[in-house]
Design a binder for this molecule. Structure first.
Ligand code: ZN
Length: 143
């Protein structure tokens, strides 16, 4: 492993998410308001529509997939850290449709909350900073 830091448990929040708000923006705004520089979170609930990304490893770019329908958030998990001085949430979702089939990907702006319950946890320790990684083309935690 490139990066190993030890963190102590920090503050924890359990939150109901606002109706018709953007999921990614809501999580990042909360991290900024609370000053969470390193953390993790899980969300369950439902969305009115979803936009998720798939990273094309060859072309080194995200393609976005839009699902313009009500979906259950079966699982949404990820982490909170800093990039260019901005609080960023890196979250992945598994979503279920009315047939019980699943889609998913990397959470992008445009995913609109119908109802949501989040558990967020701050990790107390060194600041994690994202920077450009030449091997992958992604903004990864620095080695
Ligand atoms: Zn991702």
């Amino acid at each position: 492993m490139y990066l190993q830091h030890e963190y102590l448990p920090g503050r924890k929040w359990v939150a109901r998410l606002p109706f018709e708000a953007d999921l990614l923006q809501t999580l990042e705004a909360f991290a900024a308001e609370q000053g969470i520089k390193v953390g993790q979170g899980v969300v369950i609930g439902a969305v009115k529509k979803a936009v998720v990304g798939f990273y094309d490893q060859h072309n080194r770019e995200y393609s976005s997939l839009e699902f313009d329908e009500p979906l259950e958030i079966l699982h949404c998990t990820g982490n909170l850290s800093m990039r260019d001085g901005v609080h960023k949430a890196h979250m992945h979702l598994t979503l279920g449709n009315s047939y019980g089939l699943t889609v998913g990907g990397h959470l992008l702006p445009g995913t609109i909350i119908f109802a949501g319950e989040a558990v967020l946890e701050e990790l107390a320790g060194p600041e994690l900073v994202r920077g450009y990684d030449g091997e992958t083309g992604l903004p990864l935690w620095e080695k």
